[in-house]
Design a protein around this ligand. Structure first.
Ligand code: FAQ
Length: 312
């Protein structure tokens, strides 16, 4: 199938499946995006895992554990979806893509290079980080690659539980003592701008958007999703009685949207270069885990080959 026909096919809302013919640049775009999405899920477990042993009650600990396990599951679906694109020329097997993340060659979401400093940050991560993730992933449910689009369906359902558990943590803190409410405000102050940056650079600085839109991978632009996130999140902050840390935030009657200030793009670019507050720590943790747990993988492979031999 030539590229023109392929474009017509995906633009008519047809799904592409693993064994179908597809242009090389479509395959590359998907491997890049889906594997980076998978890396985000598994690196994203780290800031929250830091609070499992310090959750304030058994109920909170159980919910947090379940949420973090869900993120591991999301990583698994997404690595599996990436592997369906492996064709010998473009390496999409688990080891190749995972090693690209460990070596710093492949990206993962900028948001996970910030620390979770207080229990309120766990609330802010659920509310804002999972909230931003859902906003982007609902759009991705309609992407043209079947395995990615189906993975998104399930992931979105789980993310909405995550978002609500985060909001509920903050609601409890905001109804508590003055100090607890201040913890919630501090968490919002720290996570607001990083959450907005999750949507990626502004549209005019987004090199992948045009191709991704043409191929129906991305269905909405970075800026339009960011705007929608601001529009739905501001009233949620008001309900909590918290203040969004942006002096330029203002409802615009004419556009029917909130106007908001410029994002700290220098900070974003530094994170992408590996210089964020936790970039080095996150990769070190993942490298250490891979080395220490290598025996589990070896044992599983040895067991699988023995079973295969015995059942021949
Ligand atoms: N961080 O041309 P664009 C989650 C990179 S899941 C780091 O606009 P594109 C769940 C981008 O890769 C969160 N890098 O790129 C959870 C590109 O570099 P490349 C992750 C970023 O792909 C919650 C360059 O900048 N979600 O949170 C970021 O068209 C709690 C130029 O950008 C996904 O991955 C960033 N924020 O649009 C888990 C969703 N933004 O690759 C645990 C799938 C951009 O050319 C706990 N991905 N870059 O070297 C997407 O929808 C898209 O890839 C975008 C970026 C929208 C992220």
């Amino acid at each position: 199938m030539d590229t023109e026909k392929f474009l017509q096919y995906v633009q008519a809302e047809n799904k592409v499946e693993p064994k179908d013919m597809m242009p090389e640049d479509y395959r590359k775009l998907l491997v890049r995006q889906i594997s980076q999405h998978a890396h985000s899920e598994v690196v994203g477990m780290l800031p929250e895992a830091n609070w499992i042993t310090r959750a304030p009650s058994l109920r909170r600990k159980m919910a947090l554990l379940a949420k973090i396990q869900d993120e591991a599951g999301h990583g698994l679906y997404l690595y599996a979806a990436t592997e369906t694109l492996n064709n010998g020329e473009i390496a999409a097997d688990r080891d190749s893509t995972y090693n690209d993340m460990l070596s710093g060659k492949a990206k993962y979401s900028s948001i996970f290079n910030y620390p979770a400093l207080s229990w309120a940050d766990i609330g802010a991560i659920g509310w804002l980080v999972d909230g931003a993730a859902i906003m982007n992933q609902v759009m991705l449910m309609g992407n043209s690659y079947g395995p990615y689009s189906r993975a998104m369906l399930r992931i979105c359902k789980e993310e909405s539980f995550h978002q609500r558990q985060g909001y509920e943590i903050l609601m409890t803190l905001c109804r508590g003592t003055k100090e607890q409410k201040q913890l919630a405000q501090d968490a919002l102050d720290r996570f607001w701008w990083p959450a907005l940056m999750m949507f990626g650079p502004n549209d005019d600085a987004s090199p992948n958007s045009q191709k991704s839109m043409n191929y129906r991978v991305k269905r909405e632009s970075n800026d339009s999703l960011r705007q929608r996130f601001v529009d739905v999140t501001v009233p949620q902050a008001e309900f909590l009685g918290l203040k969004i840390p942006d002096k330029n935030l203002k409802w615009n009657e004419e556009t029917g949207h909130y106007d908001f200030g410029d994002l700290p793009w220098d900070e974003f670019n530094e994170i992408l270069k590996g210089n964020g507050p936790c970039n080095k720590k996150r990769l070190e943790t993942k490298r250490k885990a891979q080395a220490e747990n290598a025996w589990v993988k070896e044992a599983a492979i040895a067991y699988a080959s023995k079973v295969k031999e015995l059942t021949k």
